[in-house]
Design a protein around this ligand. Sequence first.
Ligand code: NAP
Length: 428
Amino acid sequence: MGAGPAGYFAAQALQNLQNDERKFAIDMIERLPTPWGLVRSGVAPDHPKIKTVSKVFEKIATADGFQLFCNVELGKDISVEDLTKNYDAVVIATGTDKGRKLGIPGEDLRGSLSAAEFVPWYNAHPDYVNVDVPLDTDTAVVIGAGNVAMDVARMLALEPRELDCTDTANHALEELHKSAIRTVHIFARRGPEHVAFTSPELRELPKLEHTDVEIGEPDIENALKRVSELGEIPKDVKSNLDAMMAIAKSDKRGKERKLIFHFLASPIEIKGKDRVEEVVFAINEVRNGRVEKTDGTHSVKTGLVISAIGYQAEPITGIPFKSGIVEHENGQVTGTNIFVVGWAKRGPSGVIGTNKSDAAAVMELLTSKLQNPKDNFDLAKYLASKGVVHISQGNWEKLNSAEVSAGESYGKPRVKFTDRKEMLGFAG
Ligand code: NAP
């Protein structure tokens, strides 16, 4: 269940576990008309290299025994019970697509949204085309210090012309071209030594052609002092601090667009009448290695605040969930033939490649639990009998080619379609 990176790597792991005596039939089911999950609707459009992993997915999908069933929704078109009854094993790879809430006053005002809405909006996810993203404000605030927050901040702070040759959704590109935003503030609640950004992503920032990226040099000096007092600085922390110091020291060329980093500030309130007008932060301090709130506050006038503070899973009927992920033991839902991989298993952390080793371990466990195989289940026939139109690998290849062709004359890798009817048409 779920045609994202975790699902494909699970399928690949099963393919690698085949031998002369044991072959697997793998049906991959996906709710959307298109596969690839976060590679299509999560990865930032200005990071096309990361998306080349889709070539691996297509190799997995065209191997013997693999069938793709997109446009099929679990719980609506087929139930968990139908799956567990008819298949030897069911692998949940449905990710965590709901944004965590800040839980502060004003969070529901217009102009306050989650990265879990903004990212799929600019990535042409069919369910997020109509997200209300008011860009008619000169200042935006992004909350969070992870790579998603960085993607969001960069997308807002970029000169939109830099996105013209990418696969950014047409509706988002149009809005970004009209955007009044010129300053983007990104807020971390802890210090530079604690951020979840990774250094390759930080090192890219000074290369932005039309945006000055600002970090206060004293912020990094103080962080370096604090971590050196604790002993040897961990390699990833050192690498991040070096990358942030390079940003702090980089030439600021008085560009019209700015991306400014702030540390040790926790959001406590979003103010506004009918929409966001201001965000108030508590100022924090690091005392004896612990981050603590002070009595001080600081506020920023803004019309748009996007929180990128992690994700959780939307529960699925028939599957036990706990703390925003599937409840499991080493990847197996206890006492069932249901297994879980990816963010639905581990929670929302790790890069695309992390799913490879994780899925391989769970598929080893899955194969060790297999007993006499059940008769092959004809999912295509089952869906047809219920009037469900699914998109097969062949249909997806047609839709994929149509999107790629649509992008060619604009110099884009593709134009992503968002209308389900239109997508079914192109898929044949
Ligand atoms: P993340 O890396 O876990 O970062 C979440 C951030 O939100 C942390 O800085 C956290 O701060 C902060 N936060 C949590 N609750 C908060 C609150 N109430 N108020 C203020 N801040 C709060 O999550 P992510 O950015 O969603 O990324 C998920 C995973 O995808 C990560 O492993 C990431 O590296 C990966 N990813 C990779 C790429 C890439 O490779 N280019 C791009 C996007 C995502 P604390 O640390 O203080 O809790």
